[in-house]
Ligand binder design. Structure first.
Ligand code: KIV
Ligand code: ZN
Length: 530
């Protein structure tokens, strides 16, 4: 034990920092409707590498050709992180992962299966002994391809601890280098979960030969707390996702866990290697690409995380920041909100501001952003940081080739008229197509008019709208999800999302719909190629 009460944990001699295992691209992408294409995953992986993530779980290679390709491409390009691929405890899964990881500088296979009786009996339909044998065989098989094998004990939070200890001892003997203890259903409380990790340290005789990893879900809102309790009790790897996205209520949030370790190093005894100034930009990128908004009061990266509204608090912060702020917003990359731009700022001013915000855009992307910026500035007079981020997200963070480009829309509506929309769209052949339709409202009319040109069957399953900044002239952001019943990338029903921003919410809706449709078309093309 050290003076903070933290036991030595395991393999601590090798690690003076907590290992950050990011699973945004695997568990995070399992959030409904979050589907990312290969280029988008690679872009996120590049940012994770730049921020010094230790391990990137890049996907579940057997699950679809798209996942396989993503693991393969990320393995080829990302050299500074361990790249991990998930498998079930099956040889076919492990073969696929080994193939996808073939070119990784440091490949890791993540295999495993359930340890709770409910999983063993109902999901795996076997016995404890049968499940143990499958797990040990899977580790031995994975060891034929890679040295670094991580074993997950699914639903460990609800398992019999004695059986769990026995499984861990056996898989470590078989060669597992990391043992992952997931609270798959988000069932445990921090004290319980901490005791579980402590119990593993005290009862698994060969635990010094593996690193303990914790993987907590957020069904009771305790994922971050449980992860940190794991660290307090000997875990040395944390599994997290950006913005806490993931199955159901999500996973432990990357930014919360990392900032808790940094801010309370005195208590936890460890920090991570993460460059925390990139937390805010990566949060915005993931939110944009998955079309999953960040709630305003979200710790660390929410738009209100550093806003002080009560007079007493404002007074305190103005006198001395630390009266009400335990984190300097700059340490997590939150931009200075006072700086605003207008149409007079020019290209130079815009480029300068973008670079302060961490965006280094090529000339072509910059020009697109500049034109949209002028449009917004004309209507809104001053363009705030949040507006600018939304414009960049729309124009520069599109990691697929647009097949159809919306050139122009015109709407007519009112309380006694039939909502009608006309669209002009540039097609893949460079030709301009014009068409019109009417609908129950202006958004319906514009989507129907777009459908008449593009003709890609889908169901619109979600439509939401939010104001990016305050005031009547605020820029509106529309999120749309569409579903296709024709298989894409080996998956029977697939959901694609799109986001669009504009001062005019019907235009924002048209942009969002076009974004989602173009994504669907790009995925279909990728899937045909695969
Ligand atoms: O939640 C879980 O148990 C998982 C495993 C596959 C690691 O995601
Ligand atoms: Zn999980």
């Amino acid at each position: 034990m050290d003076e903070s009460g933290v036991s030595n944990g395991n393999r601590i001699d090798d690690h003076d920092h907590i290992i950050v295992f990011d699973t945004t691209l695997r568990d995070g992408e399992q959030s409904p409707g979050a589907a990312l294409n290969v280029t988008e995953k690679l872009e996120i992986a590049r940012v994770l590498e730049a921020m010094k993530v230790d391990v990137i779980e890049a996907g579940f290679p057997i699950s679809s050709p798209g996942d396989f390709k993503a693991v393969q491409v990320i393995s080829q390009e990302i050299r500074d992180c361990v790249i991990c691929g998930l498998t079930r405890a099956r040889e076919g899964d492990i073969d696929a992962a080994a193939e996808a990881l073939k070119n990784a500088a440091r490949p890791r296979i993540h295999t495993g299966l359930g340890v709770s009786d409910v999983h063993i009996r109902y999901k795996l339909r076997t016995t404890r002994e049968g499940a143990l044998e499958m797990g040990v065989n899977a580790v031995r098989y994975a060891k034929r391809f890679v040295d670094d094998v991580q074993y997950y004990t699914e639903d460990a939070g609800r398992a019999d601890p004695d059986y769990l200890y026995h499984v861990l001892e056996s898989v470590i003997d078989a060669g597992a280098t990391v043992v992952n203890i997931p609270d798959t259903t988000g069932y445990t409380s921090p004290e319980e979960f901490g005791l579980l990790i402590r119990g593993i340290l005290n009862n698994v005789p060969n635990i010094d030969r593996a690193i303990i990893s914790v993987h907590c879900h957020n069904d009771l809102g305790l994922a971050t707390a449980n992860t940190l309790a794991g660290v307090r009790n000997g875990a040395r790897q944390v599994e997290v996702t950006v913005n806490g996205i993931g199955e159901r209520a999500g996973n432990a949030s990357f930014e919360e866990v990392v900032m808790a370790l940094k801010t309370r190093r005195d208590f936890f005894g460890f920090d991570s290697r993460i460059d925390t100034t990139r937390l805010y930009p990566v949060s915005r990128l993931v939110s944009h690409l998955t079309s999953i908004p960040v709630q305003p009061n979200k710790a660390i990266v929410g738009s209100n995380a550093f806003a002080h509204s009560s007079g007493i608090h404002q007074d305190g912060v103005l006198k001395e920041r630390t009266t009400y702020e335990i984190i300097n917003p700059r340490d997590v990359g939150v931009p200075d909100s006072e700086i605003i731009l207008s149409a007079r700022s020019g290209r130079h001013g815009l480029r300068h501001r973008l670079s302060e915000l961490g965006y280094e855009l090529g000339d072509e992307k910059f020009e697109k952003v500049y034109h949209r910026f002028l449009e917004v500035a004309d209507k809104k007079k001053t363009v705030e940081t949040r507006d600018l981020e939304a414009i960049v997200a729309d124009e520069a963070e599109m990691f697929f080739q647009e097949t159809y480009h919306l050139e122009h829309i015109q709407i007519s509506c009112g309380d006694h008229s039939i909502p009608t929309a006309t669209v002009r769209i540039k097609g893949p052949d460079g030709q301009i197509y014009c068409d019109s339709d009417h609908g129950t409202g202006p958004v319906d009319a514009v989507c129907r008019a777009i459908d008449r040109v593009i003709g890609e069957p889908n169901d619109l399953i979600e439509f939401s709208i939010e104001a990016i900044t305050e005031g009547i002239d605020a820029v509106g952001r529309v999120t749309i999800r569409i579903r296709t019943d024709e298989p894409v990338n080996g998956e029977a029903r697939t959901v694609f999302s799109g986001r669009g921003t504009d001062n005019d919410i019907v235009v924002a809706s048209a942009r969002a719909y076009m974004f989602a449709l173009n994504r669907l078309i790009a995925a279909r093309r990728e899937s045909h190629r695969a």
